[in-house]
Design a protein around this ligand. Structure first.
Ligand code: PMP
Length: 298
């Protein structure tokens, strides 16, 4: 099989050659932003929303992306086409660029833009049927007044520490609390609870404004469920009838155990399964075509 092609500053280069300097501040300091996007059945799901979030993240860290949003979209579609992909995970990355060992971002005169695309299967395999085990981690989610979780920055150490802790405790996913003890999100996904037929999810001040979260809220409201965006404590999770997490990689995934407590009857719940099904439907039938001239490519 030929090597995957990576978009790198306007060129398409084989994966093994898509490299930057160790003086890139993305490498030295996690100084940059990224997105995680998916394509299903030849269509990129919620491309505009992901592009908007990428540029918002960049704005928040005062990083000028050297492409217009339309150019970025076209570069993403081109990368998918070059790799002949229909179902893919897409990772645009914009780092501050090459500077020196000092922190000063003014030393980095040219951001580096990478787009990685690759074939991608379900993140949690057969756990969608049995449910994930989650653990609350002692690492608190980055405070919004320190490094806002709304910024999808290349600095994911907070999330990695949560994942390490979940791994050590035998959990499939970590649940973050914020510094006030409110439920924040998973290490790479947003969280929802269902109780007495009503749905609850934390407001997005202390977590990433997830695009799958927004889609799930729409799905739930269309199905007639009341969705409340409000702060939650651990008690609300432990006593919920159902819990599920949402994210581009995870899609919608049930959580059936938290910190040794079974959630509901310990099986993926009715509402959760409905969201999973509806999400499948919506992702397979919507999105920006990768091959507009040949939409039913085989
Ligand atoms: N929270 C975090 C920390 C994430 O990394 C992600 C994945 N991007 C999400 C939530 C879910 O966001 P989305 O649905 O936009 O992928």
């Amino acid at each position: 099989m030929s090597e995957l092609l990576i978009y790198f500053n306007g060129e398409f280069v084989p994966k093994s050659q898509a490299t930057t300097s160790i003086y890139d501040h993305g490498f030295l300091y996690g100084d940059g932003v990224f997105e995680g996007i998916r394509a299903y059945n030849g269509r990129v799901f919620k491309l505009d929303e992901h592009i908007d979030r990428l540029y918002d993240s960049a704005k928040a860290i005062v990083l000028d992306i050297p492409l217009t949003k339309n150019e970025m979209k076209e570069a993403i579609l081109q990368t998918l086409r070059k790799n002949n992909l229909m179902d893919a995970y897409i990772r645009p990355i914009v780092s501050r660029g090459i500077g020196d060992l000092g922190l000063d971002p003014r030393k980095c005169t040219k951001p580096n833009v990478f787009i990685i695309t690759q074939q991608w299967d379900a993140l949690y395999g057969d756990l969608y049927e049995v449910g994930l085990t989650a653990v609350t981690v002692t690492t608190r989610r980055n405070a919004p007044d320190a490094l806002s979780p709304n910024i999808k920055s290349m600095n994911y150490l907070n999330n990695i520490l949560a994942k390490v802790e979940a791994n050590n405790k035998g959990g499939d996913e970590a649940i973050f609390l914020d510094n006030n003890g409110y439920v924040s999100e998973g290490s790479g996904d947003n969280i929802f609870a269902v109780n007495n037929g009503k749905v609850y999810t934390p407001p997005t001040i202390n977590n990433l404004k997830g695009i799958t979260r927004a889609v799930s809220i729409e799905i739930l409201k269309d199905m007639g469920y009341e969705v409340n965006e409000q702060h939650m404590g651990l008690f609300d999770l432990y006593t919920a009838d159902e819990i599920f997490v949402t994210g581009t990689a995870a899609e919608a995934a049930p959580i059936t155990q938290i910190d040794g407590r079974s959630i509901g009857d310990g099986k993926p719940g009715k509402v959760t399964n409905k969201v999973i099904e509806a999400f499948k439907e919506v992702t397979r039938n919507n999105g920006t075509p990768i091959y507009p001239e040949n939409e039913v490519k085989v």
